[in-house]
Design a protein around this ligand. Structure first.
Ligand code: GCB
Length: 598
């Protein structure tokens, strides 16, 4: 799952642009051979969501077809040719020159298909992607769940999550060439020995050959055994990666001779460690407090489509406000975002789209959801394992037990929890630890949710809306309730705590003195209360405000103008009062929480 790159041995052809597009509500496209061309096509940008482009398809979530044609350079002949789809939400089927080459499920992770034998060298090649985004109860994330969140919030379309169910080719589609004998995968882990960095590089290649790695002026040989080789580099007095100095070393992996390599792959790596000890998160052995946001990939017109100006702007705003981290709520973000996080020194909690999971529908349905969660978790780890910015995997956001309604009304304490549900999450915790022992793992818990599900987390992550969904309009009462829950949770679990969501819907320009709900003043005072509560508690390890920016949701009685307005910035990325408040607070180093007593 190496990110494609252009170099002297590899080639890359980005197919981003304007493709032919046609919806297929009757499902006739395949039988009629639409993969060869669309009879009634409209233009569609790739990447983009289709929903906000044409007025008749805003809520269309069925099957749609994308077709483009491209020449491929003659110079690629003899090489392996791969087609990579960055994100097709939710399920995809791909044809090249009329031949079905593969399928994929899960909307936010890339997939690669080998199309070598199918290329035409003297004529355009037809690439067709069928995308389908039905909201179904057994998908991850789910939709149309009977009695689910969507039903409760009267959401249309019936998502079981609080963001618009955007559909389409959300990230670039690329063709790339790699040599027949090539580097399949590179895995980098880093550690420290005194002031030295220890970088371990594992390389997986197609054939057993020699090779080498190059890092920090050192060259080490690779000796392959059955296609895999490992080398360890000691970087003297390493410049450690972190928010204050996101230093990246260039690692080059070469297959074959250095003078005429069979293949080459380069990547930016950060040398850093992450751990939990003494009730704190340690980055490079030093306690770190996470300041930042839950975000969304969301913008007007482009929807969830990879929007590079917005990506760069968002990182600039995170730096401006003094944030050092965010969570990829509630799905994996683009690889461009991960690369920006590496470069800008922003720590990431990396989440799969397991949002608002429910346990209804019988054992088979639950087993199917677990299968999809595991697949997405493995694919995410494979994609993001080399990013220094990624410090923690999140296996779920706000899963809900079947008695959630009762728990939400209070009195959840002491209610028995079905051990099968705890085992469900344990499988995901175990998978992360087996596939990546170098990072932390968490599950983001809902207010009133079972504490049992949090017990295996390295860091306890909770979303809380005291002063909004409960104690509405009563900030003091909300703060008191928050404080007593935090103390009880730490007493029970003894692990560092991050509040991964808290916030208030706020209409920019709406003012109220004294503060009232939906006003800018109320948002500021609510955030102040949570920041103060954390600042008095040494076991707090971070605060992520919900949300970085206002974002689009389905329509419903809870969402004015189909938007969640809890942004600290508007959807257009203009600051609300809260943004200035946070910038002020977050510019005071060490003010986040008291130091732990030794
Ligand atoms: C939550 C969810 C998030 C929602 C948020 C809200 O707990 O995790 O997806 O958008 O609450 O604003 O209601």
């Amino acid at each position: 799952m190496l990110y494609p790159q252009q170099n002297d041995r590899r080639n890359l052809l980005d197919l981003s642009g304007i493709w032919d597009f046609q919806i297929d509500p009757d499902g006739v496209g395949e039988a009629q051979g639409w993969f060869n061309g669309l009879a009634d096509a409209r233009p569609m940008a790739v990447p983009s969501s289709w929903n906000d482009i044409y007025d008749d398809i805003r809520d269309y979530l069925g099957v749609a077809w994308y077709v483009t044609r491209t020449y491929v350079p003659q110079g690629w002949q003899g090489e392996r040719v791969m087609l990579r789809v960055g994100s097709a939400n939710y399920a995809a089927k791909v044809w090249v020159n009329g031949a079905l080459v593969g399928t994929h499920e899960g909307g936010h992770l890339p997939f690669v298909l080998d199309v070598t034998g199918l290329m035409r060298w003297n004529a355009p090649n037809t690439i067709a992607v069928q995308v389908e985004n039905h909201l179904l109860p057994n998908r991850v994330p789910a939709g149309n769940v009977e009695g689910g969140l969507g039903a409760f919030m009267r959401m249309f379309p019936a998502a079981t999550f609080d963001f618009f169910p955007y559909a389409g080719l959300h990230r670039a589609v690329q063709l790339f060439s790699i040599p027949q004998s090539h580097i399949r995968d590179v895995t980098v882990t880093t550690g420290m020995d005194g002031a030295d960095g220890i970088v371990t590089v594992s390389v997986d290649a197609t054939s057993a050959e020699k090779g080498s790695i190059h890092l920090d002026g050192q060259a080490l040989p690779l000796v392959f055994d059955n296609g895999t080789a490992q080398a360890q580099v000691r970087v003297a007095n390493a410049r450690l990666w972190g928010p204050d100095d996101p230093y990246l070393y260039l690692l080059t992996v070469i297959l074959g001779d250095e003078a005429s390599p069979a293949d080459r792959y380069t990547l930016d790596i950060g040398i850093r460690t992450v751990a939990v000890a003494g009730g704190q998160i340690l980055l490079n052995g030093q306690p770190i407090f996470l300041k930042g946001f839950g975000r969304h990939e969301d913008f007007a017109v482009s929807g969830r489509g990879d929007n590079r100006p917005v990506t760069v702007k968002d990182y600039a705003l995170m730096k401006w406000i003094g944030a050092n981290s965010y969570r990829t709520a509630h799905y994996p973000y683009s690889e461009e975002q991960m690369r920006m996080a590496d470069r800008e020194g922003i720590l990431v909690i990396d989440e799969i789209p397991n949002v608002s999971l429910q346990f209804g529908g019988g054992d088979e349905a639950v087993a199917e959801r677990l299968r999809v969660c595991k697949q997405q978790m493995s694919e995410l780890i494979a994609r993001d394992k080399n990013h220094p910015s990624v410090i923690m995997w999140s296996i779920a956001n706000e899963p809900m037990p079947s008695d959630f309604g009762r728990r939400m009304m209070g009195g959840g304490e002491g209610l028995p929890i079905d051990p099968a549900t705890t085992a469900f999450f344990q499988e995901l915790y175990d998978l992360c630890r087996a596939e990546d022992p170098t990072r932390l793992v968490t599950l983001v818990g809902v207010g009133g949710g079972p504490v049992e599900w949090l017990a295996s987390s390295d860091v306890v992550c909770i979303n809380r809306y005291y002063g909004w969904y409960s104690q509405s309009g009563q900030l003091d009462a909300g703060k008191t309730a928050l404080e007593s829950e935090l103390d009880a949770l730490y007493t029970r679990l003894g692990k560092p705590i991050i509040i991964t969501e808290f916030g208030a819907d706020t209409l920019a320009g709406n003012h109220s003195h004294p503060p009232a709900m939906w006003s800018e003043e109320y948002q500021v005072e609510m955030l102040r209360g949570y920041l103060d509560a954390a600042a008095a508690r040494p076991f707090m390890a971070g605060l992520h405000i919900w949300n970085f920016a206002d974002f689009k949701t389905a329509q419903g009685i809870m969402r004015a103008a189909s938007m969640n307005h809890k942004g600290v910035f508007t959807r257009e990325r203009q600051p609300k009062m809260a943004a200035h408040f946070l910038r002020e607070r977050w510019s005071q180093p060490g003010s986040e929480r008291p130091a732990l007593q030794p």
